[in-house]
Ligand binder design. Structure first.
Ligand SMILES: NC(=O)c1ccc[n+]([C@@H]2O[C@H](COP(=O)([O-])OP(=O)(O)OC[C@H]3O[C@@H](n4cnc5c(N)ncnc54)[C@H](OP(=O)(O)O)[C@@H]3O)[C@@H](O)[C@H]2O)c1
Length: 234
């Protein structure tokens, strides 16, 4: 009775992950939680979640009850209240808070409510979509201060969860994932500067990510892995 959960199943990558999980047939139920109703991929058991509303996260978790795989595929680079900055002169407290609310606090609260659903006696995975731009040592371009910082903070949450899990449930693996550059609404405003051969479709990215997840061992816990399985430096 294996169950998988995708939070953010309305997103480009989240929908593709949910569809691949259904098609793969390894899970009896694939839950897809989203903020916007939309139409879930066929075969996905849909539900509502808003990462800025903890009660909605708790309600979603109580619906699932048990799962072997939880993927948090939410995230935002630009909203009505936030714009990716090109310079420190554009820093705005509300915009920065919005980035942290969605990209850091949201996945952390999902961990709070969904980690207890993972079995203690079998391998299980909690994965969050992060981004290579959250790597501090890899930051040579600058810009996107709030998005980068919110993903770097997410990576620290993942690392901290992994340390705690290694003590109390060592078979639960907690990782961040970098999906590559993917053709989705999130990347749409910036796609002109990306060479076509460097851009994945959501389906290709999702297939790579599920391949990475299926090869994880407890030694990977706490790390951020890219679509090709390589570790993204901290
Ligand atoms: N696309 C890329 O090139 C790329 C590169 C590196 C990393 N990533 C990361 O990959 C992840 C998925 O991105 P994507 O490209 O698939 O973006 P996307 O198509 O814009 O999807 C974003 C998802 O996040 C959800 N979301 C945003 N705010 C939310 C909230 N408050 N509560 C619940 N859900 C919320 C959206 O729900 P609604 O539809 O309801 O708004 C949507 O399902 C993100 O973490 C992103 O940072 C993407």
């Amino acid at each position: 009775m294996r169950q998988a959960v995708v939070i953010g199943a309305s997103g480009g990558i989240g929908a593709a992950l949910a569809a691949h999980l259904v098609a793969g047939g390894a899970f009896q139920t694939v839950y897809g939680f989203s903020r916007s109703a939309g139409s879930p991929p066929p075969g996905v058991t849909a539900g509502r979640i808003d990462l800025t509303d903890e009660a909605s996260i708790a309600a979603a978790a109580s619906r699932v009850r048990t799962a072997q795989l939880v993927i948090v595929a939410t995230g935002a680079l630009q909203t009505d209240r936030m714009r990716p900055e090109r310079t420190y002169r554009a820093l705005d407290p509300e915009s920065m808070l919005e980035a942290f609310r969605i990209n850091t606090l949201g996945p952390a609260l999902v961990a709070k409510h969904f980690l207890p659903l993972l079995p203690k006696d079998k391998l299980s995975v909690f994965a969050c979509l992060s981004a290579r731009v959250g790597s501090i040592s890899d930051n040579r371009l600058g810009g996107w201060h709030s998005y980068r910082a919110s993903k770097a903070a997410l990576n620290m949450i993942i690392r901290t969860l992994a340390v705690e899990l290694s003590r109390e449930r060592p078979l639960t693996i907690c990782v961040g994932l970098h999906p590559g550059t993917v053709e989705t609404p999130l990347s749409q405003p910036f796609q002109r500067s990306v060479r076509p051969e460097q851009m994945f479709t959501p389906g290709v990215s999702a297939a790579h990510l599920l391949d990475v997840l299926s090869n994880l061992t407890p030694a990977d816990s706490g790390h951020v892995l890219a679509w090709d399985g390589s570790r993204v430096p901290a």
